[in-house]
Design a binder for this molecule. Structure first.
Ligand code: PBG
Length: 325
């Protein structure tokens, strides 16, 4: 049946009609919000390249978590930028480190908040790479995996609701799962950044997490942006190794990957709308070139429509304010 009998505009003629035939609906429950923990007390240091985002000391992150929970944000993911940076990433192995203390304090204040902890080495190593660096400058996979598993154990022991490896070393999910299980933490889920691309959109985050590599780039471990079949392979391997949720990152430039992953697996799929995706919208909105709220809704709706079950986004608090009660 074609025109003039078919007139798709009939169902678009009012917001009342559009509202009841809408296929994709964002909700607060879709959202996960990143926090950046730094040393000190009463520290709230704005991240210049991410308007509205601040680095927070542990005490401030608890205040922030309370406000976020009140807004209806259901889940957080914690990053930290410790003072001490060394070859062994020792700051992340400290049971009294920034993330363990933040996890304990947040869970004590608002137990209903789900708290994920990012697991990587880049913010705690003196070279800023996500794994251990050999004399040749290469990133050593297997020794990195051993350290990453210890970091995951440290965070899980502190009470994290999930550990989220973002390093892209091979085999880290399996090592983590085994170490957690051997230590009585079989109930702690793993959110794997399974398909994480070597992206130009991480720039602002590296200011927030103080994690820019001192030399080279991350292309020997993060994925080539040109590859989608490889993402399916990464995801399948991580699920085999024990990942409970899998992530695609960044989100906007990889909507096809999100869709293909969603169609290929049965576990929840997370998409990460990264710092650069956020800051582009913020910067254009600040110049009056784009409507921030409409752009945030459109990008997040697109990510959900592509198949994401959960979206990590710096817009999460604003979305919770903007969404209807
Ligand atoms: C660390 C990590 C990065 C992001 C999350 N975890 C940066 C990187 O890989 O360089 C990026 C998040 C963002 O840009 O918002 N491995």
């Amino acid at each position: 049946m074609g025109f003039p009998l078919a007139r798709p505009r009939r169902l678009r003629q009012s917001e009342s009609w559009r509202r009841i035939v809408r296929e994709t609906r964002l909700t607060r429950e879709d959202l996960v919000y990143p926090l950046f923990i730094v040393p000190g007390t009463r520290v709230r240091r704005p991240v210049e390249s991410m308007p509205g985002v601040s680095q927070l000391s542990v005490d401030e992150c608890v205040a922030e978590a309370r406000a976020l929970a009140d807004l209806g944000v259901p889940a957080l993911i914690l990053f930290s930028a410790p003072e001490v940076k060394d070859a062994s990433a020792s700051a992340f192995l400290d049971p009294q480190g920034l993330v363990p203390r933040a996890v304990q304090a947040i869970k004590a204040a608002r137990p209903e908040l789900i708290v994920w902890t990012d697991v990587c080495l880049c913010s705690a190593t003196d070279h800023g790479h996500c794994g251990h660096v050999l004399g040749s400058g290469a990133i050593d996979n297997d020794s990195s995996v051993a350290t990453l598993a210890q970091v995951a154990l440290n965070y899980a022991r502190a009470g994290a609701d999930a550990v989220a490896p973002s390093d892209m070393m091979d085999g880290r999910v399996q090592s983590m799962r085994q170490l957690l299980d051997r230590n009585g933490l079989a109930a702690t889920p793993i959110v794997s950044y399974a398909a994480k691309y070597a992206s130009a959109f991480y720039g602002p985050f590296r200011e927030a997490a103080d994690s820019a590599p001192a030399f080279g780039d991350r292309r020997s471990y993060q994925m080539d942006p040109a590859n989608a079949r490889e993402a399916l392979r990464e995801v399948a391997l991580d699920i085999e190794e024990g990942a409970d949720l899998v992530m695609v990152k960044p989100a906007g430039p990889y909507l096809d990957v999100i869709r293909r992953v969603r169609d290929a697996v049965d576990v929840p799929v997370v998409a990460y709308q990264v710092s650069g995706e956020f800051s582009l919208i913020k910067a254009a909105a600040a110049r009056g070139w784009i409507d921030e709220r409409a752009a945030a809704f459109e990008t997040l709706t697109g990510i959900k429509r592509a198949g994401a079950d959960l979206i990590v986004s710096y817009f999460a608090p604003d979305m919770c304010r903007w969404l209807p009660a």
